[in-house]
Design a protein around this ligand. Sequence first.
Ligand code: AMP
Length: 396
Amino acid sequence: MKTIDQISFSGKKALVRVDFNVPLDGDYKITDDSRITAALPTIKKILNDGGAVILMSHLGRPKDGPTDKYSLKHIVAHLSDLLGQQVEFADDCIGEQATQKAAELEKGEVLLLENLRFYKEEEKGDKDFAEKLSKLGDVYVNDAFGTAHRAHASTAVIAQFFPEAKYFGYLMAAELDNAEKVLNNAARPFTAIMGGAKVSDKIQLIESLLEKVDNLIIGGGMAYTFVKAQGGEIGTSLLEADKLDLANELVEKAKAKGVNLILPTDCIVADKFDNNAQTAVSPNNTIKSDWMGLDIGPESREAFAKVIEESKTVLWNGPMGVFEMESFDKGTKAVADSVVKATENGAFTLIGGGDSAAAVTKFGLSNEVSYMSTGGGALLEYMEGKELPGVKAINE
Ligand code: AMP
């Protein structure tokens, strides 16, 4: 793997694609800076070598060009604090000012460019736009795992302008190493835990995991489509009616492969989608007609815990219930606790980004698991066996 450990940045200007797409509150305060802190080791290595750093990122999904709400200027102060030095800011990612600021950058200094997505060319993967960006630095570093599954100008297309000077940053390297460890080097038993709202988002992942795992636990909203497919009554729980046959096919495939597919047997039902709803414990397959399952129940928590805690490799993607509401977060919390116990027992535990990472963070357990991925979609695509454009662009 071509990582930044293979070069010295002394006297060089590194153009580093990072994923600073952090959540901001109404006062533009960063509510979770983990994506920024994850990129610090790469930035520091370049500075310590005697190089200069030009950071480029997107923030949010601006529709019509520059918008104050999506300006990366909102993160300059916090980034400066984290680095212990003032970070320069260019209020456009290309053009005269960016060119001048990049040219004047001295070794040891950091420049942050304005939101790349203020240009439609970024997401279109426009080659001219990528070339303009490329002129700002001598070396290209990709450390944005969260967008590695996109063939955007700054994540993939730009790499062709650095045929001899393109590298993975430390975050990218760690993400890829950890994903590999799970995909191709898993100690057994290997258990995957899938949750979240929809089966349709995760069909390919489930299919590819059936080739690898010993146990596949399915919880969250997606479990009800499986329960219904097997003849259960699921009330008004989440259902993807067009995926019933597929659910049965996956169950059959698991049997054929000798994979232990584990569905919840009970759930917490509610009379409405509300934290203050009336709740009860119900078997998963006899839910009353106008009630909905919003979390796994106590029997399922226990059954899942047993399997997870006996595993040597665990991959978790997706919450077990509506964990954002306190009344329905116990299943997700129980799974998080079991993953922590498995880690303590010596298992390698990888938390897929997105909602599972948010849940582990919410429960204060982020330091108690082996690795928390910063990439939701990117990790899923990698696990599905797809080649990520951001990875390919550096490797080829
Ligand atoms: P995903 O983005 O597919 O991983 O889904 C995550 C979302 O699924 C979270 O916002 C959860 O609140 C939601 N979710 C999990 N379980 C359920 C459920 N039983 N009913 C409705 N939504 C759920």
